[in-house]
Design a protein around this ligand. Structure first.
Ligand SMILES: C[S@@+](CC[C@H](N)C(=O)[O-])C[C@H]1O[C@@H](n2cnc3c(N)ncnc32)[C@H](O)[C@@H]1O
Length: 500
């Protein structure tokens, strides 16, 4: 068992256990388990020690995904540390899977000659943290790593009353876990928690925030742009964030990172701590600005391609497999063959003076099935080069004369309406929108690579059909970046004709 197998096994156990649980019990007990990639994102937010004992608490440990990810990271980056792991889990049904995961952690640690000791405690974490049932081992942690249960705590709930008496009033289980977690940290100890974003503002959580920020200061906030991606297999729809915080050390800056879901590469930047929590704000709101104002504006748009009745497909011609159809000279059967090389500042210029064959000849009936009918299309490059400043690069194909069809290379994505073209104004509006800076920034919040897939296009946000046509009516190629941005700002986000 090595670090990679450990995480893979934990992930498998997470999904098989999740599938076995009764959905109603799951919802009641707040059982939304962390997928491996998200667990890795959390553990990457931990500052690891290089030696000594590292006492870690995983309260509400579920099947042990977070603990397994942490052990995997320690094995590869800090194997000289002695890890003491304390896992709390209330649900007896989960004890078997949790024990299996922790036993695998032990095997992997032993193989890597890393020292690991652990305790699994089958008890209520809140009850064990307060009052007469207080567990004497709860305290002195260097790290509390948690995906706590979510669920409202009504005013009369015994756990809420108990906690209010001992520490602070918290309206939700997850906040109760966080308050107790920071209370049990050593000086310099860290909290890393994935939770709903709801505690960050609003009056209900104000006492909790004041308590939290009086004990720890924030070092890193990760914001997921998607409300559904992280816990998709638990069908949770909520704004989710991860916070990292430390006890007793003041930081002037906070890392803010953002990604679409847990599978995407995060974008990171540093902001002043006072821009996140204003020291003079008595309600201690935690402000989590998105990557920048442009991204927030795109996120706020209600439409996507589906709502515009537009489809997106990858071009069907894989040129190296269809060499016999590709010709340098046209013949009576051939149609234009469109490659990324035909993109030119918002328009597809075809043919160009190049040696590459730019005609696709129809030899059989099958060849014709790879075409789209003659019409206006928006074409998006699937791959941008490192030199290109933009990731999303679009151009309009608009045939001067109607021909028998059009062949698109599979290094392009094509926007169409039920397999046919669209009117020119709409195509031009879509093209201007896709070439704008806000769209490119938005794309980078959920994709860390240079490839633009059809699935990415389906996630993108769009203004309304009406606004796209306002944009399209202002078309004057060649598209120049600052003119495109100025147009989008005015017609989509600004005051003139802003109908979204
Ligand atoms: C959101 S799940 C997360 C599980 C795991 N930490 C993960 O990341 O996959 C919360 C877990 O807390 C457990 N739990 C709920 N209430 C608890 C309590 N009062 N004390 C201890 N565990 C509790 C649930 O059974 C569930 O396994």
């Amino acid at each position: 068992m090595n670090a990679t197998n450990l995480v893979e096994q934990a992930e498998l156990r997470r999904s098989t256990t999740l599938a076995r649980l009764n959905p109603e019990d799951r919802a009641r007990r707040g059982q939304y388990f962390t997928p491996a990639k998200a667990a890795e994102l959390l553990t990457n937010m931990v500052t690891l020690p290089s030696d000594g004992t590292f006492r870690v608490l995983d309260p509400g440990a579920g099947t042990g995904s977070l603990s397994a990810a942490l052990v995997a990271r320690l094995i590869s980056q800090a194997p000289g540390v002695h890890l003491h792991l304390v896992c709390y889990e209330l649900d007896p049904v989960l004890l078997g899977p949790l024990q299996e995961t922790i036993a695998e952690c032990e095997t992997a640690a032993t193989t890597a000659e890393m020292s690991l000791t652990w305790e699994i405690i089958n008890a209520d974490y809140i009850q064990s943290s307060v009052g007469i049932t207080r567990h004497s081992h709860l305290g002195g942690f260097d790290l509390v790593l948690m995906n706590p249960p979510y669920g409202e705590l009504a005013g009369i709930h015994p756990a809420r009353r108990e906690l209010a008496g001992h520490l602070v009033d918290t309206p939700n289980l997850y906040a109760a876990f966080m308050a107790l977690g920071v209370n049990q940290l050593n000086d310099g100890g860290q909290l890393v928690a994935i939770t709903p974003r709801s505690f960050a503002n609003g009056p209900t959580f104000a006492p909790f925030r004041r308590y939290l920020l009086s004990v720890v200061h924030l070092t890193h906030i990760h914001d997921f742009a998607s409300r559904s991606a992280v816990f998709s297999d638990s069908k949770v729809l909520q704004e989710t964030i991860v916070i990292a915080a430390q006890k007793g050390r003041h930081a002037d800056q906070v890392i803010l990172s953002t990604s679409f879901g847990h599978l995407d590469e995060p974008l990171r930047r540093l902001v002043r701590a006072t821009d996140v929590v204003d020291p003079s704000d008595s309600a201690q709101f935690i402000r989590i600005p998105t990557e920048d104002a442009d991204v927030a504006k795109v996120l706020a748009l209600p439409g996507d391609l589906a709502s515009l009745n537009i489809s997106v497909s990858t071009g069907k011609i894989v040129d190296f497999r269809l060499r016999e159809n590709l010709m340098t000279e046209a013949d009576e059967t051939s149609v234009p063959m469109i490659y990324p090389l035909h993109f030119d500042a918002g328009v597809i210029r075809w043919p160009v003076a190049r040696a590459k064959p730019q005609h696709y000849a129809l030899r059989t009936e099958r060849d014709a099935r790879r075409l789209l009918p003659s019409g206006n299309y928006v074409v998006v490059k699937r791959f941008s080069t490192k030199e290109e400043r933009r990731r999303v690069i679009a151009a309009v194909w608009s045939p001067e004369v109607s021909d028998s069809g059009i062949a698109f290379d599979n290094k392009t994505n094509v926007l169409h309406i039920r397999g046919a073209g669209m009117d020119l104004e709409l195509a031009r509006g879509l093209c201007i929108w896709l070439n704008s800076t806000p769209v490119d920034k938005f794309f980078r919040t959920f994709s860390g690579h240079t490839q633009v897939n059809a699935t990415d296009m389906r996630i993108m946000r769009f203004p309304s059909d009406q606004t796209l046509r306002v944009l399209g009516a202002s078309w004057s190629p060649p598209l120049v970046q600052n003119e495109v941005d100025e147009l989008v700002d005015r017609c989509v986000f600004g005051s003139v004709g802003a109908v979204n």
